[in-house]
Design a protein around this ligand. Structure first.
Ligand code: GLU
Length: 490
């Protein structure tokens, strides 16, 4: 970013957010699986918000769950984000590597009296819960070590560090999407910050990392709204300890649901982002545009470029109710982006989807065919499939539909087509069209009655790009040979 733009960005950050600090957002996936569509949308919203305000968009990999975090999942997340152009600023942060820092903060709270050692054993806690269950009380830690001195515990007994959370009053979050949400402190217990083995809990890690990364806006799924009420007391405690722990602005965005209104699951095609690319053959711009429109709107605009999205994005436009994922709509949008994409890039994307290794000249032919192939395609697989006629070897294998078209009078008609085309002075579409029309007129049939068997002979299928485009792409020699294969020989 050049200096002038940056200055402007800072100014707009000040005026739009009321904060003098530049905006910092982050996406914080747990690498326990692929990057799913909901996560990608969360990342996109964070990126757009940051870019809109000239701020930074950071990435943090929350890999503290050692049993469930995997390297392939991290790789899939990074790969999926790059594919979607969700370019984060700087190096990604790995949460597990920061465990010592998390523990340090917990000990600062302990030293300042905002946290305490709890020596309750697993059996103690189980007995406490059993009693709460029997009394139909909510299951919460009862604060039994909150006001006791550590010297009352047996020598060398293991302990956890718990937050000394406020017991009176309530916490209100002015959430940018959910509005004002209040929880009474009496509903929250003194949560664990550090486990007895000294490892930090997730709640602590998130707050420390967000603080250290300078995160000003936490934009995430609304399944984390409850966590915000547990995370805020940590900010407040640390603010009391050393100052400078400003609470972030929260925006909890509704989850994505399937077309049937139920939470999106595998059953709805909730695939990893990689599957949208590899299996469904979608373009990243289309997926990104679709995700943007899923839960955020700008009037009736459907096609929104990344630049426009950055210009227009605001949290006020994020709806409060869950949006429904609709693969058909996504594919329609993809069709639009396919048609807007230049032929060379499409050929590069389609070539690896052909069932053989395409040579240089085959790739060139593919690019040349693109204007004829792309108007109807909803995804790259359909283009690859539609392109196959270009590369089939003679005599063509006919599918059932094509074979049916080549019965009856067709071989005789094709013989006339052969003669007409063989006599064509040049091999361009107008001349070819005139020649085929003459054959139809002479035979007293409609153009379609000639074009359909011709299509079957040339492509082995009953659907293809326009028949004159097919002739032009195959060229004189190959076209005539394919026709000859199916016609009544003189
Ligand atoms: N790691 C959490 C998740 O993947 C997100 C935590 C957050 O955004 O605060 O759901």
């Amino acid at each position: 970013m050049d200096h002038q733009v940056w200055e402007h960005a800072r100014l707009s950050a000040t005026s739009d957010t009321g904060a003098a600090k530049p905006v910092v957002t982050r996406f914080a996936p747990s690498p326990t699986g692929f990057l799913h569509i909901g996560g990608a949308r969360t990342a996109l919203f964070n990126l757009l918000f940051a870019r809109h305000h000239g701020g930074k968009f950071l990435l943090r990999i929350e890999d503290t769950d050692r049993a469930r975090s995997t390297e392939p999942a991290i790789a899939a997340i990074l790969d999926g984000m790059r594919w979607l152009g969700l370019d984060w600023d700087g190096e990604e942060v790995y949460q597990f590597a920061r465990a010592a820092r998390h523990a340090e903060v917990a000990h600062q709270m302990l030293a300042a009296g905002h946290a305490y050692k709890c020596f309750a054993t697993a059996e103690d806690l189980e007995a406490m819960r059993a009693e709460q269950r029997a009394n139909k009380q909510p299951l919460r830690y009862d604060g039994r070590w909150r006001d006791r001195d550590a010297s009352e515990a047996p020598e060398g007994a293991p302990f956890v560090l718990r937050l000394k959370a406020p017991r009176e009053g309530s916490v209100t979050i002015e959430d940018k999407v959910q509005g004002s949400v209040t929880v009474n402190n009496s509903e929250l217990d003194d949560m664990v910050l550090l486990r007895s083995d000294g490892t930090p809990t997730y709640m602590l890690a998130v707050v420390v990392d967000d603080h250290d990364m300078g995160v000003t806006h936490v934009i995430r799924g609304d399944d984390h709204l409850n966590n915000a009420f547990r995370q805020l007391p940590i900010y407040r405690a640390m603010h009391a300890v050393e100052g400078g722990w400003e609470e972030p602005t929260y925006a909890h965005i509704p989850l994505i649901h399937g077309a049937d209104g139920a939470k999106l699951s595998k059953r709805h095609g909730a695939l990893g982002v990689d599957a949208y690319r590899d299996e469904l053959g979608l373009l990243p711009e289309a997926v990104s545009n679709y995700l943007l429109r899923l839960g955020w709107g700008h009037g009736d605009d459907e096609i929104i470029s990344r630049d426009q999205a950055i210009e227009w994005f605001d949290l006020a436009g994020v709806g409060k109710s869950p949006s429904r994922f609709d693969l058909k709509k996504l594919e329609n949008l993809n069709g639009h982006y396919i048609r807007a994409t230049d032929d060379a890039r499409l050929a590069d994307l389609v070539a690896p989807r052909l069932p053989f290794e395409a040579s240089e000249s085959q790739r060139a032919l593919l690019a040349q065919a693109m204007p004829a192939l792309k108007p109807r395609a909803a995804n790259l697989n359909e283009i690859a499939d539609g392109a196959m006629f270009l590369f089939r070897a003679r005599p063509l294998e006919l599918d059932e539909g094509a074979a049916a078209l080549l019965g009856g009078d067709a071989p005789a008609l094709l013989a006339q087509v052969y003669a007409a085309l063989d006599g064509a002075a040049t091999w361009d579409t107008e001349v070819l069209e005139a020649a085929v029309r003459t054959v139809a007129d002479d035979a007293g049939v409609k153009l379609g009655a000639v074009a359909q068997p011709l299509r079957a002979a040339l492509t082995g299928r009953r659907t293809s790009p326009g028949i004159f485009d097919v002739l032009a792409l195959l060229g004189r020699e190959e076209s005539l040979a394919r026709i000859a294969d199916q016609m009544t020989k003189a």
